[in-house]
Write a protein that binds this ligand. Structure first.
Ligand code: ZN
Length: 149
């Protein structure tokens, strides 16, 4: 099995069985994101205690890239503190824009190696239109966190 097939399998698994795909009873912050180019929509809700995201929900409709990215994001973010979340968001952005980034990456062929399942999205950066799909839940997460303040 090639790496690309492996990545496709991970993306389809998250698309078919999205994690944290539910509305929270009493979210502390929430935001709605839309990507009109593709018709993707996602609502991200967070519950925050002592500076950490203790619960997260991401509910949406759209293509497999946007919905898988939302599912992977919830798994990566839940239980993390704000500095940890900022670090993950930064690593994700570097992975998606590696070709025009000055960052030193340990392994240029696997810039998302520290990101778990999210690494499966790195192939998307070859398709600029789809990067917006992958980015949507992350932009929406940042808006939901801003909504707290
Ligand atoms: Zn899309």
């Amino acid at each position: 099995m090639s790496l690309n097939e492996l990545y496709r399998g991970v993306i389809l698994d998250h698309y078919r069985a999205p994690r944290h795909h539910e509305h929270l009873a009493a979210p502390d912050g929430s935001a709605e994101g839309k990507n009109p180019l593709c018709g993707d929509e996602v609502t991200v809700e967070v519950k925050v205690e002592d500076g950490a995201v203790t619960e997260i929900g991401a509910v949406g409709v759209g293509c497999s890239i946007s919905q898988a990215s939302a599912s992977m994001m919830t798994e990566a973010i839940v239980g993390k503190s704000r500095p940890e979340i900022d670090d993950i968001v930064h690593k994700f952005k570097v992975m998606m824009t590696i070709e025009d980034s000055d960052e030193d990456v340990v392994d240029p062929d696997r810039p998302g190696a520290a990101l778990g399942d999210l690494e499966a999205l790195q192939g998307v950066r070859k398709f600029p239109v789809r990067i917006k799909c992958a980015d949507l839940p992350w932009i929406t997460l940042e808006q939901a966190l801003e909504d707290l303040e």
